[in-house]
Design a protein around this ligand. Structure first.
Ligand code: GRF
Length: 206
């Protein structure tokens, strides 16, 4: 008896760098029962290593270099056009920001309201907001003598990092931790949480 094909979210993943979170999503999507597939990867930097990960996985990727546009409006128009190129083949249901380092406008975000999520390497709402990205987050956590940090997958709203949290997991801050050792412990949780968050969204959106 033919089982009904698993209904899947078609996701677009936005990256700027190494793409380890993209890789976690690629790996999750390789399970035929996982309720999502990656329709498109968009990188705002031509040198993003994540582009190689997309290529290896056979996923369409488009570079939309923010430096090529005079302003954010032009950049975001190009982002939307890139999304629309794939939209015609299969509508993108969910935009996943994964190590994406550009702040998106309220207009762009509101167009995707409820269908755009992000990973942040801290226990939001703590240690979030403008300027709180990458190593700056871990430096701030250590400077505050926090006993724990963690990873948060959250909805994106116009206010940076203030959207409702979907999933969160704490990790201990250990004696002698450096921003690098803490980052490594946190990002390992991101890689676990992000696919799980997409499962939750699949329940809601499919
Ligand atoms: C991750 O900690 C992410 O939360 C932050 O950038 C780091 C690198 O992400 N925004 P990736 O390896 O490019 O997915």
């Amino acid at each position: 008896m033919d089982l009904a094909p698993v209904k899947k979210l078609h996701i677009a993943v936005f990256i700027s760098g190494g793409g380890s979170n993209l890789q976690a999503l690629i790996d999750a999507c390789s399970d035929p029962d996982f309720p999502a597939q990656i329709g498109l990867v968009i990188a705002n930097r031509p040198d993003a290593y994540g582009l190689k990960r997309a290529e290896k996985a056979g996923i369409p990727a488009i570079i939309v270099d923010h430096k090529a546009y005079e302003n954010r409006e032009g950049f975001e128009t190009a982002l939307s056009n890139a999304l629309n190129t794939i939209h015609q083949q299969h509508p993108i249901d969910l935009v996943c920001l994964a190590g994406f380092m550009r702040i998106l406008s309220a207009e762009f975000i509101e167009h995707w309201a409820g269908r755009i999520i992000n990973t942040h390497p801290a226990l939001l709402p703590k240690f979030g907001g403008p300027g709180m990205y990458g190593t700056y987050v871990h430096e701030a956590v250590l400077a505050a003598n926090e006993r724990e940090s963690g990873a948060s997958i959250h909805y994106v709203i116009p206010e940076v990092d203030q959207g409702p949290v979907i999933l969160q997991q704490s990790v201990p801050v250990l004696p002698g931790d450096t921003p690098e050792t803490l980052a490594e412990r946190v990002i390992a949780q991101e890689h676990i949480l992000y696919p799980e968050a997409i499962r939750i969204l699949a329940e809601k959106l499919l």
